[in-house]
Design a protein around this ligand. Structure first.
Ligand SMILES: [Zn+2]
Length: 66
């Protein structure tokens, strides 16, 4: 998943329910120094937590002043 341009924030939406409860598949790596899981890689596969199914998430730019 490519990094986002600063100054152009987006929201991620479910195409079915329109909600933002989207989960992305990711890998986490244990960081010994931090003593916590550190996000290593985020994949394109997304799941809607509300619908409980894998979805093709929609990206929308955040409206200024909305
Ligand atoms: Zn949904």
């Amino acid at each position: 998943m490519p990094a986002r341009e600063p100054g152009h924030p987006i929201t991620i939406h479910c195409p079915h329910c329109g909600g933002e409860s989207i989960l992305a598949d990711a890998c986490a790596r244990w960081n010994v120094e931090m003593q916590q899981w550190e996000l290593s890689n985020v994949f394109d596969d997304t799941t809607c937590d509300d619908c409980g199914i894998e979805v093709c998430a929609i990206e929308r730019p955040v409206q200024e002043g909305a």
